[in-house]
Design a protein around this ligand. Structure first.
Ligand code: SIN
Length: 293
């Protein structure tokens, strides 16, 4: 792992790593150092990389099997690589709201690796928020209550015909879900399988309600948590240039792609890591639910 340096970028989360070329066939010690930084800092950043889709796939596969997004088509020859493109004429961006990737699946993705092919001249930053820091800052009483609760997650709001329409995001290969979308239950407090640190695991995009609670009751608590969880002290912000890479831990991090670069192009490629090989039992607390009426 010779030569790697890790520099924190904010108090709650985030570190920039230098001294590594991600297009190389990296040795196990270097991958272990990157994985260690990812686990400790929750989101890590790299600058000045040059990655083909095949090299980004190869890097991602060092951390686990890669996900094929159920509602966004990947590249024709690399279905695990999702292109996130906003053309100058597009109005709506992809990821433009606080969320954690794939919480709407039975076994959510653990990490996302985003590479900037083309960054706008201004704007287009991504915000990240530590849901571990958000959990830590709650009172002992609310922590204890939340630990008894589960939440229902679904892709319906984002990917059904009631969500952002494919027309509004025409550059993205978004496929609207046909009919009802499945719902999955996850604990509101997630224990990180590697660090043991607890984090809130609800997000405004994909969390629909609290299991066993009415929509009105759920809204009251979820609105509080969504407001609390984006407090600036829990966040960091990454300004992209072409060749930058961000790798975040969806188990404890929210992110938000800012839509503040009208008339400019932004082109990213994402691969999404499904599970660490050693942690395949981590989804044992999840269960499949029938779609809501
Ligand atoms: C995403 O939500 O995965 C996209 C984030 C970004 O484009 O900054």
């Amino acid at each position: 792992m010779g030569g790697i340096t890790v520099q924190k970028v904010a108090g709650a989360l985030g570190a920039e790593i230098s001294g590594v070329d991600l297009s190389d066939a990296l040795d196990d010690a270097t991958i272990a150092a990157i994985r260690g930084a990812f686990t400790e800092h929750q989101v890590i950043f790299f600058r000045d990389q040059s990655l083909t889709p095949a090299q980004q796939l190869a890097f991602g596969r060092r951390f686990g099997p890669l996900n094929i997004h159920p509602y966004v088509s990947g590249m024709d020859d690399h279905p695990e690589v999702m292109e996130i493109i906003k053309e100058p004429s597009d109005r709506i961006n992809f990821g433009g709201g606080w969320h954690s990737d794939m919480s709407f699946l039975e076994t959510p993705a653990i990490g996302s690796i985003l590479y900037a092919v083309e960054a706008p001249d201004f704007g287009g930053d991504t915000l990240f928020a530590s849901q571990a820091a958000a959990y830590d800052a709650l009172s002992p009483g609310l922590k204890a209550t939340l630990e008894t609760l589960n939440a229902v997650h679904s892709a319906g709001r984002e990917y059904s015909s009631q969500g952002h329409s494919a027309q509004e995001r025409k550059t993205m290969k978004v496929v609207e879900a046909e009919g009802a979308v499945g719902e999955f239950i996850h604990p509101i407090v997630k224990v990180h399988p590697e660090t043991g640190r607890k984090a809130l695991y609800v997000n405004p995009a994909f969390t629909m309600r609290i299991e066993g609670w009415s929509k009105r009751e759920s809204k009251a608590l979820l609105d509080f948590l969504f407001e609390h969880s984006r407090y600036e002290a829990f966040t960091c912000r990454f300004a992209w240039t072409a060749g930058s890479v961000a790798f975040w831990d969806n188990r404890s991090v929210w992110h938000f792609a800012l839509n503040d670069y009208p008339g400019q192009r932004r082109h990213m490629r994402r691969v999404t890591v499904d599970a660490w090989p050693a942690a395949s039992a981590a989804g044992a607390d999840l269960q499949l639910r029938e779609p809501a009426e």
